[in-house]
Design a protein around this ligand. Structure first.
Ligand code: ADP
Ligand code: MG
Ligand code: MG
Length: 270
């Protein structure tokens, strides 16, 4: 579903990804672990198309199993290119086109937005994607119904939805908000970069359960970037990869994550 081959990328002209190859089939959750500075966040931002992250070599193809006919698909044969196997050439797509094709990057707007409620933000995000896919916008009533159902699944106080985006959210609330966003967007593929070193046990459980409930489906996939072995105990990834100095140096199952937790990167992946 996501095929990355020999990816090289630079940040501010500095080579960070140096030949990264990774395949995530539909129905699977893959974890990426790695020491600080190894390029984990760079991988997430490069796949999302963030400005400033420049691909210098390699490819990244996204093949959603049930791709919705849309404005984006209409452009595949023209400007986007299909990269042989019929998948979308992710690196040729604008960030909003990647999102409309079903790619989700965990909290794309981590900023605080005073004056815009979380509910307004989510509704506009969802409707922007629906428009890009050629689908109609959800009515206000239907959107509220959807948001309430997703909030309930997260044991989230619906009052929180009325608050400005992220302003004064606790760590656990931010994670619930991120999972709410993922549940409402219902993406085909999620790239989640758990950079926050302050995640407590409660927040890790919220993320783990959210991934399992929303994304553990035969036609979906997840790339979960984390240095928390504990999060992986919730999610039980199908594969665990170690990223070091810009490339994958080891792959295995969850046992690899447990070994890393015990012994550290230097011992395991040298
Ligand atoms: P990780 O997420 O694995 O900790 P990052 O992808 O954040 O690693 O960073 C990889 C490398 O890229 C680090 O050496 C970091 O200093 C460098 N880097 C990241 N962002 C920038 C930037 N905006 N400008 C220059 N160097 C950067
Ligand atoms: Mg880091
Ligand atoms: Mg990082």
């Amino acid at each position: 579903m996501l095929n990355i081959t020999n990816l090289h990328a630079t940040v501010a002209d500095k080579p960070i990804l140096k030949g990264l190859t990774l395949d995530v089939p539909a129905g699977e959750v893959h974890a990426i672990m790695g020491p600080n500075g190894s390029g984990k966040s760079t991988l997430a931002y490069t796949l999302a198309g963030r400005p400033g992250y420049d691909v210098t070599d390699g490819s990244a193809t996204f093949s959603p199993p049930s791709f919705v006919p849309s404005e984006v698909e209409g452009r595949v044969s023209t400007s986007l290119g299909t990269n042989g196997g019929g998948g979308l050439d992710l690196l040729e797509m604008e960030p909003h086109e990647r999102a409309a094709a079903g790619l989700f990057l965990g909290f794309q707007y981590p900023v605080e937005i005073p004056g815009v409620s979380y509910l307004q933000f989510l509704r506009e995000s969802l409707n922007a994607q629906r428009r890009a896919r050629g689908e109609g916008e959800l009515s206000g009533a239907d959107f509220i119904k959807l948001a309430r159902a997703q909030a309930a699944a997260l044991d989230m106080d619906a009052e929180m939805l009325k608050r400005p985006v992220n302003v004064g959210f606790s760590g656990g609330e931010k994670k619930r908000a991120e999972m709410l966003q993922m549940g409402i967007m219902d993406p085909k593929f999620a790239i989640l970069d758990e950079t926050d070193s302050g995640l407590d046990i409660d927040a890790l459980r919220i993320v783990g359960e959210g991934i399992n409930r929303i994304m553990r489906k035969a036609d979906k996939g997840v790339l979960l970037i984390t240095h928390y072995e504990r999060l992986l105990e919730h999610v039980r990834p199908d594969r665990v990869h170690v990223l070091q100095a810009g490339r994958i140096t080891r792959s295995g199952d969850i046992e690899l994550a447990r070994t890393l937790e015990r012994e550290g990167y230097a011992e395991v992946a040298a």
